[in-house]
Design a protein around this ligand. Sequence first.
Ligand SMILES: [Zn+2]
Length: 114
Amino acid sequence: MTTKLWERTRKINSPRPGSARRVPQRTCVACRQVKAKRELIRMVHTIRDNIEIDTSGKMDGRGAYFCPTRECLEKALIGKQLEHVLKSRLTPDNRERLIKSGQELLKELSGKNQ
Ligand SMILES: [Zn+2]
């Protein structure tokens, strides 16, 4: 079981995108790089008309993805990319909240690697 998971991880790093077809991939809304879905952070336009960061990966709604970096987080949220992808408007409140929780999430993620 562990071996299979490892093989899958190695395929994600394959230099040829065509050979990694079975790995779900998404485009970062900020830098437009295509990466494995699980390497990216998901944001969801929820039914309550909010945009929220989806740490479970299971929330309903239209999703957008960005790299777990501060640059992409800020670019996605401050620029129009996210709103465009999610076909939604961010209120200043919502935007602020997202940036804050995004930064907290990034801090948490980098803490796990230590
Ligand atoms: Zn990115």
